[in-house]
Design a protein around this ligand. Structure first.
Ligand code: FAD
Length: 482
């Protein structure tokens, strides 16, 4: 089996530039490399037929295939279980090594171990590369050599390591080595969406693919300077919206960090704040890799003892939260944005997660699962980190006694109610004074504006002050037990 024959297996790295595994596979004279993607039937089986992410992946694969073809290659697209498909394809093509970029989620690690074992049994091997983060797993440690669990010292150590090792941002060259790309064999072209059992969603994620990510980033660079002051206001177009592209690798984290550093060095203060957000992403990936138990349990085991609400009332409250019927307009507007588009602004992810866990007293894992189902940018590490932060069960989390007041959050971050009006048209006529808490408004005034509580919009599900006391007691109970 000639070592020069290679297969590059794409997963969450759907781009043909600055791609570590692809660059490495092409980096040998006389190499011949095929590129492949597998629609994993095990994952697809659990998704709705109009899942936005499948549509996004499909559109991004079409763009990737076109670019690989421009360079003389193309994409082989299969549909099945990667544990079977990848070893079978490797055997069919007679390749020695399968190149892939590392994925740090527990299920992906198990899948890759399965693929590696099958390949090895056949005399082949799986070679994996760091691509989706700047520093992975054990690369940024405390002086004592242990993993960090607090963000700020992690960030300082991360920045220090990058200063000492700027080559961590060096792009992986593909274009100049493209002569090694091999065209796909007949009958392996990208199937239509319908051929894998899916349909286009009513509101697709746009723009998709590498050019979509590049266009979003260009647009964001015009506004990045103000990011520090505007990023918390969901009614503004102030954040990059690149999370779905980072999730599926249609952009390169190295490119984003390099650009943020350059723009920051030229005086755009917001770029430094934005860079911190990218470091949060590495931080949570590291937390998951070092502490895989967080996928199902609290980061701090003592918090597994929190007695979350259960039973029919909790089920009803949870259903109301999912549907955006809590009676708290900013919470409901945020859930409407999520349900209709698959995106939710970061401030509102914090608010809705806090509301579910601290106002309704419902287990963070239920909210985490709902977000996993709905978010276009869903990834286990950041979603879990965000939920455990809001629920006060995580590393470097919001202290359990500091509880967001949904009304204060609403007045502060959507002061004139523009975001609420956009997503809750039934409240659009309300003024800035009434819109945050319609139940406090004069009923006659509400009626004049065409809103009747209980008919057009729900009464609040809970009284925040009472809920806050219940939450404090819930956490106090485990504090005394510890
Ligand atoms: P920008 O403000 O432009 O930030 C740039 C990038 O930095 C983001 O695209 C993202 O990759 C990263 N980033 C920003 N904030 C965070 C953060 N707090 N943690 C980790 N990375 C961050 N992000 C996901 O990518 N997937 C998720 O499943 C996810 N679930 C979340 C759940 C909760 C409860 C919370 C509080 C946050 C979650 N986040 C998640 C983080 C954050 O809300 C999103 O990354 C961000 O809103 C995406 O919008 P943007 O691309 O415009 O972000």
């Amino acid at each position: 089996m000639p070592k020069s024959k290679k297969l590059v297996w794409f997963r969450r790295d759907l781009r043909s530039f600055d791609n570590a595994a692809l660059g490495a596979a092409l980096d040998e004279s006389g190499a011949q490399a095929w590129c492949a993607f597998v629609f994993d039937t095990g994952i697809l089986a659990g998704l709705p037929r109009d899942d936005r992410r499948v549509h996004f992946i499909h559109a991004s694969l079409a763009a990737l295939d076109a670019d690989l073809r421009r360079m003389g290659g193309g994409l082989i697209v299969l549909h099945g279980d990667p544990r079977d498909e990848i070893p079978r394809l490797a055997a069919r093509l007679g390749v020695h090594t399968v190149y892939t970029n590392r994925d740090y989620e527990p299920q992906a690690i198990a899948r890759d171990a399965g693929v590696a074992a099958r390949l090895e049994a056949d005399g082949r091997r799986l070679a994996s590369f760091k691509d989706q983060v700047i520093f992975e797993r054990g690369e940024v440690l405390t002086q004592g050599g242990t993993p960090f669990s607090v963000f700020t010292p992690y960030k300082n150590a991360w920045l220090k390591r990058l200063a000492a090792e700027p080559q961590a941002l060096a792009p992986h060259d593909v274009e100049s080595r493209a002569g090694a790309l091999a065209p796909p064999p007949a009958g392996t072209a990208l199937p239509g969406l319908a051929d894998i059992g899916f349909i286009a969603p009513p509101a697709p994620v746009e723009p998709a693919g590498m050019s979509g990510a590049a266009a979003l980033f260009d647009h964001f660079l015009d506004r990045i300077g103000g990011y520090g002051g505007t990023r918390d206001f969901p009614a503004l177009d102030a954040t990059s919206h690149l999370s779905v592209h980072l999730r599926f690798g249609t952009t390169s984290i190295r490119h984003l960090v390099r650009t943020a550093q350059q723009v920051g060095a030229h005086g755009a203060a917001g770029a430094t704040v934005w860079l911190s957000e990218l470091i949060w992403r590495d931080f949570y990936a590291m937390i998951l890799a070092q502490n895989p138990h967080v996928a199902t349990q609290a980061f701090r085991p003592a918090f597994d003892g929190v007695a979350w609400e259960q039973g029919p009332q909790a089920d009803e409250d949870f259903a109301a939260w999912c549907a955006g019927r809590t009676g708290y307009p900013l919470v409901d507007a945020a859930m409407a944005q999520l349900n209709q588009t698959g995106f939710m602004h970061n401030r509102l992810r914090m608010l809705t997660a806090s509301f579910l866990t601290k106002d309704l007293g419902i287990d963070w894992r239920r909210g985490e699962r709902y977000f996993a189902l709905k978010l276009n940018d869903y990834e286990l590490a950041s979603n879990n980190g965000g939920w455990q932060w809001a629920a006060s069960t995580g590393c470097d989390a919001q202290p359990w006694f500091r509880i967001f007041n949904p009304l204060t959050q609403s007045r502060k971050f959507d002061p004139d109610g523009a975001f609420i009006r956009r997503w809750l048209p039934q409240l659009a006529a309300l003024g800035a004074r009434e819109i945050h808490a319609p139940w406090l408004a004069d009923p006659a005034l509400l009626q004049a504006q065409g809103v009747q509580l209980g008919r057009d919009y729900p009464w609040p599900l809970v009284d925040h002050e009472q809920a806050r006391k219940r939450t404090l007691a819930r956490f106090e109970a485990i504090r005394t037990e510890r």
